[in-house]
Design a protein around this ligand. Sequence first.
Ligand code: AMP
Ligand code: GLY
Length: 429
Amino acid sequence: METVDILLLGSGGREHALLLKLAESPRAGRIWVAPGNGGMCHLAQPAELDPCSPAQVAAFAKEHGVGLVVIGPEAPLVGGVADAVRAEGIAVFGPSASAARMEGSKEFAKQVMVRAGVPTAAYRSFTDERSCSDYVKALAGPCVVKADGLAGGKGVIVAQTTEQALEGVRECFLGSFGDAGSTVVVEEMLEGPECSLLALTDGSTLVPLATSQDHKRALDGDKGPNTGGMGVYSPVPILLDGEHERMVQIMQRVVDQLRADGISYSGCLYGGFMLTKEGPKVLEFNARFGDPETQVVLPRMKADLVECFLACDNGTLSEDMVSWDDDWAVSVVLTSAGYPGSYERGKVIRGVEDAGSLDGVTVYHAGTRLSKDGSLVTDGGRVLAVTAQAETFEDARNLAYQACDRISFEGKTYRHDIGIKAIRGRDRL
Ligand code: AMP
Ligand code: GLY
């Protein structure tokens, strides 16, 4: 079997999960990673390059005979890294810059959704503060204010009152989210549980992956500021009949609409949904795998990931390339004290191997690095994602927390209620 050398871009838990799954494939040759983290160096060699530089990534891939570039995070996608690599005739997993606007511009994504006739929150977009504020005042009630561009998960203000909304509008136009806030989208507030659906697509065929649910707030009980994600489980046990089919249809319609608009979307499309009383409605699309969603979706997936990713690039993706374990996965994210605000780095981490030796547990590294003396130390806000798989949801959840107890570092912080809502059931959310 012909093997393919791979360059993987990114440094989070998502990329560690991608790496483990790619490395399982008999098609995987040598694997490079840029920049990677403390858990990835055993399986991949570091590539000295800026992952957001289209020219550097393309040049490295060409020079080292890389046959597949896998792009984890959104910034290189929006910045055109996939385009530069494809221009060299090298396969890439990840959408072009124009397709990645589904994540890079909320207004663009809304326009595509409207053309595709897909259910989403009603919205208006503004480029000047005065008319935006006037609109928010006229709404006289709850709404959601969003900076248009990439804002690292921070540019969304869910406002219960007009005052909060006006404050959000001011922040966006003040430049708190950089250029991301020069266009502002104001949306109707939707209600219901959230559900994420990741899907692989080659631009026409869409293969849905398992559902998952992230926990975005920093503190127990969904309190505190929004984060990149504090924990997640898969699949989502609270879906009602027909909701899954509906979400898949919505995503297929979006991919079809983009194709009709002359944009081929290949890679992972991430649909963030609110399960409202009128059915699933789209909150947002991302142009990549979710983090930490990937850390519960990929371990349950039975597939040759190298084959799948090549098929996304060359238009030969098919449903039969993916099947699923019928277990449950729960992942708890261990963070540095202070995250998502400021935090310290360089704290020695102990017990990762011990935790990973529990049957069904995988510890994914995110903000970690190996220090000069070889010890593992913290190097970011989200440090590790501790994933447990088991036959029942409760067992997976208990096992994940048991594994978390085996890991220690100064300032270790985590939520204690990951998955509680799923156990309580839909009526009691
Ligand atoms: P986004 O980055 O657009 O997914 O927004 C981040 C979070 O804000 C979502 O996960 C939701 O919890 C919340 N959110 C976004 N849009 C809405 C909306 N229209 N109604 C209610 N909550 C929302
Ligand atoms: N977990 C949310 C995201 O990846 O955007």
